[in-house]
Design a binder for this molecule. Structure first.
Ligand code: HSE
Length: 433
């Protein structure tokens, strides 16, 4: 049986999980794939901390450069993270003719073009299955299982930290900051938690999904990204009272030749499958023109789930290499060729939840309802909430749910309502599906 050598760069949480998977499942993978995958090198600056996996003698090293030039290493696994040294090592591995597996969504979302060009130039593969959805092989689904579909839409819960925070805020009525600390302690959160809670980790993943679905990768800076940092407990409660759960959703959808890519806290009906995705779990709700709706669910982060997908990628490359094939993947597709473009944020249409703090005096409902109407925003339901009012301030909370409206129309209406003096604070607006 042919042997394929693997070198891992980064012996942290995921790197250790990958080493563990390769060592423990070497035999079963050999039977399944017909190729013997051998862990040759694991490099990290720190090779003394116990990572809970027993690495064979001589495999651990502090010499990453040595791994990159080792002729026995055909596949380099990058589990360092970030865009500094990780980027340099990935480019060097590709230049040295090694195939690469990475779970680094930030690296791909920000430097994907350069990295995939390097892979193509050097006629080697780069796989990145764990960069979206951790243990859910959603990238493989889009690339292979649904290759015969025109993807109509993807709605994804793609950040475990945010989903964990939202679940506990709803179930336990806890404030945002307290739950974030727990998420960090449990190891879900990125080293920089703002990547999670401000929505950018989700946006990185949404850009990767857009590239796979539409052959078009939007610039991250052009994507409309809202996180959950400013989400008030009261809106989580009012949403629940109305039969909705708030999830941080990535939406990637096609409308003619325009592609919507956005990230926002979104009200999801409790009856929707995405509303049952709780704690640190991730899910993608994908509509293909042939498949109709399909749902993928699992752990989006953590050592073993992320390593599961990385090891799957290694297996695929190893099988291809053993068969003499090295140009199976070559990274993210770019077949859009300018035929599709990013939909402007203001043109996106959605149903909305709006919470106004309305002056408690005659005629105020009429004022804001008329302004919404004048701006093509149609109300589907309105409730004055029993709790959350502040009698002393003279303002009461009113929750309005709208029919589908254009973002730009709604924003114009809300600005007019604020200027009219009938509300005591900036209205809160959240998307709905
Ligand atoms: N911080 C990420 C999350 C890790 O919470 O989902 C996986 O990308």
């Amino acid at each position: 049986m042919k042997q394929i050598g693997v070198g891992i760069l980064g012996f942290g949480t995921v790197g250790a999980g990958v080493a563990d998977g390769l060592l423990r499942h070497r035999d079963v993978m050999a039977k399944r794939l017909g190729v013997d995958i051998v862990l040759k090198r694991v490099a990290d600056l720190d090779i003394t901390t116990d990572r809970g996996v027993s690495i064979p003698d001589g495999v651990l090293t502090t010499d990453a450069k040595g791994v990159l030039s080792d002729p026995e290493v055909q596949i380099v696994v990058e589990t360092i993270g970030g865009t500094g040294v990780a980027k340099a090592f990935v480019l060097e591995a590709l230049a040295n003719g090694k195939c690469v597996v990475t779970a680094n969504k930030k690296l791909l979302a920000e430097h994907g073009g350069e990295i995939f060009d390097a892979a193509a130039r050097n006629n080697v593969d780069i796989y990145f299955g764990a960069s979206v959805g951790g243990g859910i092989p959603i990238i493989r689904v889009l690339r292979e299982g649904m290759a015969g579909n025109c993807i109509e839409s993807i709605d994804g819960i793609l950040n475990g930290t945010c989903n964990y925070i939202l679940t506990r805020m709803e179930n336990e009525g806890l404030p945002f900051g307290e739950v974030l600390k727990d998420a960090q302690r449990l190891g879900y959160a990125e080293a920089d938690p703002s990547l999670d809670i401000d929505g950018f980790d989700t946006a990185h993943k949404a850009c990767i999904l857009a590239a796979l679905a539409y052959g078009f990768q939007p610039k991250l800076s052009d994507v409309n990204v809202e996180g959950i940092r400013n989400l008030a407990e009261v809106d989580v409660r009012y949403a629940a009272d109305s039969g909705y759960r708030i999830k941080l959703l990535a939406r990637v959808a096609k409308d003619g030749d325009e592609i919507e890519v956005s990230v926002a806290p979104t009200l999801v009906p409790m009856s929707h499958m995405l509303a049952s995705v709780n704690d640190a779990f991730n899910a993608a709700w994908v509509k293909g023109d042939m498949s109709d709706y399909t749902m993928y669910y699992g752990r989006g982060a953590g050592r073993a789930p992320t390593a599961s997908t990385v090891v799957g990628d290694i297996g695929d490359i190893a099988r291809n290499l053993a068969a003499g094939e090295t140009r199976y993947s070559r990274g993210m597709p770019n077949y859009g060729d300018g035929n599709v473009r990013l939909k402007a944020a203001g043109e996106v249409a959605s149903r909305f939840y709006i919470r106004f703090m309305v002056a408690d005096r005659p005629g105020t409902f009429g004022t804001f309802a008329a302004i919404l109407g004048r701006n093509n925003v149609s109300i589907s339901a309105a409730n004055s909430q029993k709790v959350g009012g502040d009698a002393a301030s003279g303002f009461i909370p009113v929750v309005v749910l709208t029919h589908e409206a254009k973002v730009s129309d709604l924003e114009k209406a809300l600005a007019e309502i604020e200027a009219s003096g009938v509300v005591g604070a900036k209205p809160v607006k959240l998307r709905m599906i």
